[in-house]
Design a protein around this ligand. Structure first.
Ligand code: NCD
Length: 307
């Protein structure tokens, strides 16, 4: 059984990155996600992945990504197994590759991997026979987050063409920012990054990305503003001026009057965004989380070759 979405063909057995995906491929994933959302509500495609065993190997903390991958796999009838890293042989010193080969030998067919090292998902794809979906690797990439953000923005604005997203905060340590930049630029949107100089360092080398080191320059004209958490676990420190960058309702007036607010979560309310703004009428944070399951259903179906 396959799900036809009628757009192009899909030939990849991994999703390691957004970089390198064509606009047609991105559009295809988003179209399939919309179909998967309806299918989930109507309890269709419930045995699409019945031959698959999806292994969830999260070497870093996660709520949204892990839970939504598990629910996505189950909604399509896959068996799931959670490695529970802290209770596994990883704590006895087993290497990443040995652990993943063990999962493969036990019958896991698709691996969802989150790891603190940039490149971990590529390593898994190279050294095992598993289909690999990157659930976030170091500061490098978080493809399904970017896809669910793109879907959320597209559904808000109708089209992504020319929409300006400003990403505010610790951009330099953010895999979410990097994947969003690749994804949104490919889909025709504009991206600006904004933060204290240390948090946007190096992004001026990216020709299509605008860089702002003052909040008003960052927010001016933005249709959507995404706040990011300081990634303290990656060596980020809070710059002295961090309070000047906290997003609140008043500062949002510097953006387009109808501008929406996003955050990949987890939020540190009162640090990079106020609770009122994160939970207020401009906020798409809940929609982002909701879109995680159908996007991941689409990705699991595509890498399994059934869509
Ligand atoms: C992000 C991550 O882990 O990269 N969270 C997520 O997956 N929604 C961002 C973060 O941890 O700050």
């Amino acid at each position: 059984m396959t799900v036809a979405v009628g757009i192009g063909t899909w030939s990849r057995r991994h999703l390691l990155d957004v970089e390198g995906l064509t606009r047609d491929e991105l559009e295809r994933i988003l179209a399939l996600a919309v179909e998967m959302r309806a299918a989930r509500a109507e309890r269709r495609h419930r045995s699409l992945l019945e031959a698959e065993v999806v292994g969830l190997a999260f070497y870093e903390a996660s709520t949204r990504t892990r839970v939504s991958f598990e629910l996505a796999a189950k909604a399509l009838g896959a068996t799931t197994v959670d490695l529970s890293v802290s209770g596994s042989s990883v704590v006895k010193g087993e290497s990443l590759v040995d652990t993943l080969r063990t999962l493969e030998r036990t019958g896991v067919t698709t691996l969802v991997l989150r790891h603190g090292s940039s490149g971990a998902a590529h390593l898994a794809a190279r050294t095992t026979g598993l289909r690999v979906v990157n659930g976030g690797d170091g500061i490098h990439a978080h493809p399904t987050q970017a896809l669910l953000d793109a879907l959320t923005l597209r559904e808000t604005f109708g089209s992504l063409e020319g929409v300006l997203l400003t990403i505010v905060g610790d951009v330099v340590h953010s895999r979410v920012a990097r994947s969003n930049i690749h994804c949104l630029l490919t889909l025709g949107a504009r991206v600006r990054v904004a933060g204290p100089p240390a948090w946007v360092a190096g992004f001026d080398a990216w020709p299509e990305v605008e860089v702002a080191t003052r909040l008003d320059d960052g927010l001016r004209g933005a249709d959507a503003v995404m706040a990011l958490r300081a990634q303290l676990e990656r060596g980020a420190s809070l710059p002295p001026e961090v309070a000047e960058w906290r997003l609140d309702e008043e500062r949002m007036r510097l953006a387009d009057p109808g501008a929406v607010v996003m955050h990949p979560g987890p939020t540190n309310e009162g640090v990079e965004i106020t609770a009122d703004l994160a939970n207020g009428p401009r906020s798409l944070v809940g929609r982002q989380v909701e879109n995680g399951v159908p996007v991941r259903m689409a990705v699991l179906a595509l890498v399994a070759g059934v869509a």
